[in-house]
Design a protein around this ligand. Structure first.
Ligand SMILES: Cc1cc2nc3c(=O)[nH]c(=O)nc-3n(C[C@H](O)[C@H](O)[C@H](O)COP(=O)(O)OP(=O)(O)OC[C@H]3O[C@@H](n4cnc5c(N)ncnc54)[C@H](O)[C@@H]3O)c2cc1C
Length: 388
């Protein structure tokens, strides 16, 4: 047995996730990709196995696993050629309710999220006009008696058609009336089932990979005041609190992607014979694979350092951001190598390389783009002047 597996506290989880993923081979994802379909059966299987509830504490019906276990689950899903983007948010968005929700909200939602009875997959932050400049978002929630009336628009709200609830960030005090632009934003739990057709419209966006992402429109959509999370005006802080977990988990998916591309490259480089010998005998083929492997292992170390600090409740913004960037870069380097190793066959759908290539590219842009990570490191780690 590999020494790393012996010392890995989550080796058993990885093994079980591998078995589950084996039921969803490339052919399954290829068909969905063609139809831009949602992997309902795959998400159902993960839900039934309890994986999507990994981070929910036992008192609310989950197994209360540490974030490193969630990381192992998502990494393995991607390492096996599957795609966690269909459901990863169910794991971590609930953290906002767990940390900042009222006791009633926790009792009402978390146990049902743990069983999968309620899907909290949608996260409405990004808007078309403000983009990365989150505090300039325009969606406004106006308090009227015992409810809020919401107007505005979100874009790239992934899984909106496959979620019962959405965590929504909206302005509740105009930007020009707050001391700091980060104030006056609030977080709401929106019951999308009740709102659909009553002020909420969802419109899917066709993208280069199968991601089930949407734009959504709010036209006098009402949200009960009891669905406000925490205090009005402090929502931006609540969302930021969840960012490190999100970065580390997405980084884990990219590590899994890199491992998939590397394994696929190695296998093909051994099997494919040209000029009477395996192509992997050529340094021009083996060196890029070896380099991609080294890059992946370096990124993996950063992910593990971030996870360890997160679990020790130490500040880990630096590690979480760098891990996300390095892992996305490592996945992309491995993806490039995989294409080059496969030559023309990389472009044939049945090899799954081109599909994974399209899927892996996203993580240099979302959920945070590389430039913004570099801006974070410049300002918060190196003490350089803020650039925006
Ligand atoms: C498939 C997909 C799924 C997504 N899912 C979700 C979701 O579920 N929920 C959600 O809320 N959002 C989601 N997003 C949105 C995603 O988080 C944003 O696309 C991402 O944060 C970048 O924002 P933007 O697209 O508005 O780019 P912009 O902000 O318009 O930026 C464009 C480019 O300019 C760069 N840039 C902007 N400002 C600066 C600066 N000051 N310094 C240097 N560079 C800068 C950016 O880094 C980027 O490269 C998703 C996006 C995609 C594509």
């Amino acid at each position: 047995m590999d020494e790393r597996l012996r010392t890995d506290p989550h080796a058993e989880i990885r093994e079980e996730v591998r078995k589950l993923c084996a039921r969803f081979p490339g052919e399954y994802w290829r068909k969905l990709d063609e139809a831009r379909g949602y992997p309902t059966e795959f998400v159902q299987a993960l839900t039934e196995a309890g994986y999507l509830a990994a981070l929910i504490p036992e008192e609310y019906g989950g197994p209360g696993l540490p974030i490193s276990a969630a990381s192992a689950i998502l990494e393995t899903i991607h390492e096996q050629g599957c795609n966690g983007a269909a459901c990863h948010a169910q794991m971590y968005i609930m953290g906002t309710i767990l940390r900042h929700g009222s006791p009633e909200q926790k009792r009402k939602y978390l146990p049902k999220i743990a069983t999968g009875e309620l899907r909290l997959q949608a996260f409405g932050v990004t808007e078309p006009t403000s983009g990365t400049d989150t505090t300039s978002l325009r969606t406004f929630a106006r308090r009227e008696g015992d409810h809020y009336v919401v107007n505005g628009q979100k874009i790239w709200t992934s899984r909106a058609e496959h979620s019962d609830l959405m965590l929504l960030l909206a302005r509740t005090t105009p930007k020009d009336q707050v001391r700091k632009k980060t104030e006056g934003l609030s977080t709401f739990i929106v019951d999308m089932r009740a709102a659909l057709g009553h002020g909420l419209t969802i419109r899917p966006i066709r993208t280069m990979m199968n991601h089930n992402t949407c734009e959504i429109f709010f036209d006098n959509m009402t949200v009960p005041a009891e669905n406000l999370v925490g205090e009005e005006g402090r929502g931006f802080r609540y969302i930021l609190d969840g960012m490190n977990a999100e970065r580390l988990l997405i980084a884990s998916e990219s590590i899994g992607d890199a491992k998939w591309f590397i394994a696929k490259s190695v296998s093909y480089a051994k099997d494919r014979h040209v000029f009477g010998r395996p192509i992997g005998q050529n340094q021009g083929i083996q060196f890029p694979i070896a380099r991609a492997y080294a890059q992946m292992r370096a990124a993996e170390l950063l992910v593990h350092e971030g996870l360890a600090k997160f679990e020790a409740r130490l500040p880990c913004g630096e590690e979480a951001n760098m891990a996300k960037m390095q892992a996305a870069d490592a996945a992309w380097a491995a993806a490039e190598t995989c294409i080059q190793t496969h030559g023309g066959f990389a472009f044939a759908e049945e090899y799954d390389v081109e599909r994974k290539y399209r899927e892996a590219r996203l993580y240099q842009v979302a959920p945070i783009s590389t430039n913004l990570i570099l801006a974070y490191i410049s300002e918060h780690v190196l003490g350089l002047p803020r650039s925006y």
